[in-house]
Design a protein around this ligand. Structure first.
Ligand SMILES: Nc1ncnc2c1ncn2[C@@H]1O[C@H](COP(=O)(O)OP(=O)(O)OP(=O)(O)O)[C@@H](O)[C@H]1O
Length: 229
């Protein structure tokens, strides 16, 4: 007869992302209602919720830029903390526009990003350029950021985010300002990353993008604030 496991033995768990009872507060304002979910390697978690439900806030917690008020967020086995280089080495994120230098071309941004994460200049320019090519805007690689339309800026930001290798990809409304065809291209690029073993968390208002991604949906509900009479 099999021995009964002691109660303290942890169950084997292959989750890359484990969010347990996480809430968030900014100042004294609750901004994220309690949420728990897990994601395994090669899954794309789709974050769903009305405006203000806390999707960006949860992504900030996962990116380690906002500490949860309660609960734990383990990402790649680490408590999410942007100050921890081991954690940062695993995670690439696009949450709001990335800081860009006005006097560096997109290719030069890719090279700089690659240099920071152990790629050769050639590899980095190749990886960023591949994303631009997929969007059909490879010629933009030699432009400065201020020479781009708003949709092109979004494609450049996505290319920069995907230039560096990462096990975990966090994206906040990556479809914003992209036309319908480009949303399809984006879905294909993200599915390719997922097929290669990346774990993604994507907040999106695009039904088309959410339907194209393979993985569970996590629906956030707005924080209920009680008003004193
Ligand atoms: N700096 C801040 N100070 C106070 N409250 C904030 C701050 N930033 C965000 N909030 C609040 O936190 C809540 C969650 O915002 P968040 O941006 O995470 O929502 P969201 O689900 O991403 O919304 P959307 O779909 O509109 O992008 C909202 O009620 C918002 O007003």
């Amino acid at each position: 007869m099999a021995k009964k496991k002691p109660a303290s033995t942890p169950e084997p768990d292959d989750a890359v992302i484990q969010v347990r009872g996480v809430t968030a507060v900014i100042g004294e304002t609750p901004v994220l209602a309690k949420v728990s979910f897990k994601a395994r390697e090669g899954q794309a978690v789709k974050l769903l919720g009305a405006n203000g439900a806390g999707k960006t806030t949860l992504l900030r917690v996962l990116a380690g830029t906002l500490k949860p008020a309660t609960g734990t967020a383990l990402v790649g086995g680490y408590p999410a903390d942007e100050k921890d280089p081991s954690f940062r080495a695993l995670v690439t994120a696009l949450i709001g526009p990335p800081p860009l230098a006005h006097n560096l071309t997109l290719s030069e941004h890719f090279a700089l990003m690659g240099l920071s994460w152990g790629l050769s200049t050639e590899e980095a320019i190749g990886r960023g350029g591949r994303v631009l090519d997929a969007f059909g805007v490879g010629a933009l690689a030699s432009r400065f950021p201020h020479e781009l339309s708003s949709g092109q800026q979004q494609m450049a930001a996505l290319a920069l985010t995907l230039t560096r290798p990462a096990d975990i990809i966090l994206l906040d409304e990556p479809e914003q300002r992209l036309d319908a065809d480009r949303v399809g291209v984006l879905a294909a690029l993200l599915e390719e990353e997922r097929d290669d073993g990346a774990t993604l968390v994507v907040a999106s208002h695009s039904v088309a993008l959410r339907e194209a991604l393979t993985g569970p949906t996590v629906t956030l509900t707005e924080v209920r604030t009680s008003h004193a009479d």
